[in-house]
Design a protein around this ligand. Structure first.
Ligand code: SF4
Ligand code: SF4
Length: 229
């Protein structure tokens, strides 16, 4: 069994026979799970690591940004290897079929519940303001998700909660990206990068957990002997 198969096996073992994906997504064939590269933040990465007790390189990778079609909110990490610059995105690994590593096709997502914020929010986004000043929810309709979402087909309160949480995590993730790009990108390697990201995101996550940010899932801490710690 290779690394990818092992991590899928572990995720399926934890998620059970079927996920709790609801309609209309349950019967759509997960089109969005096989078209886009899924951009993740350090917080998404930590949640998956903790739940699956695994290393980041078992399920995510840093891919060259110019080759990736992904959701627009992603931010690029710069690597400057002896003057050779590359811009990379942190994404979930994909299979040769282009499906996300955690996709179980008609059985849904193997990491449902701790899947990345970008997946939780898709296809919804804040698209401006309502007359009363609250953020307006809209959705992207394209070849990936051609659905015309009607009110009542989704839980607006839940979507708003996810979008708020995602905005907060993205703002913090962007700060971490800027710090990497300003201070560590020169001759930084992937191992150093993951160590940096785990350290920075872990510190913020611990603060959120202490202050009991209402939507922060309490997660077991990372074991002491991890390769990247
Ligand atoms: S968001 Fe759209 S493309 Fe993705 S599973 Fe749901 S209906 Fe399908
Ligand atoms: S993590 Fe789950 S929801 Fe997100 S793309 Fe992969 S299979 Fe789909």
């Amino acid at each position: 069994m290779n690394k990818k198969e092992k991590i899928i096996d572990r995720a399926i073992g934890l998620s059970g026979a079927k996920t709790s994906m609801t309609e209309p997504c349950a019967s759509c064939g997960e089109k969005c799970c096989n078209r886009f590269a899924v951009p993740i933040t350090g917080f998404d990465m930590l949640r998956i690591m903790r739940r699956l007790d695994c290393e980041p390189d078992e399920f995510c990778e840093l891919d060259e940004a110019k080759y990736i079609q992904s959701a627009p909110h992603s931010t690029v990490f710069i690597f400057d290897k002896h003057g050779q610059m590359s811009e990379r995105l942190l994404i979930l690994k994909r299979l040769k079929t282009n499906y996300c590593i955690f996709s179980r096709h008609s059985n849904g997502c193997a990491i449902w519940g701790y899947h990345p914020m970008a997946c939780k929010a898709y296809p919804f986004a804040f698209v401006g303001k309502e007359a009363d000043g609250t953020d307006k929810i809209g959705y992207t309709r394209n070849f990936v998700c051609p659905r015309l979402w009607q009110k009542g087909e989704y839980d607006e309160g839940k979507v708003r909660q996810v979008l708020d949480a995602m905005e907060m995590e993205m703002a913090e993730h962007n700060r971490i990206v800027r710090e990497w790009n300003a201070t560590r990108s020169k001759d930084g390697d992937e191992k150093g990068f993951f160590k940096f990201l785990i350290g920075q995101s872990g510190k913020k996550m611990a603060l959120w957990e202490k202050k009991e940010r209402p939507d922060t899932q309490k997660m077991p801490s990372l074991g002491p002997k991890r390769g990247y710690m």
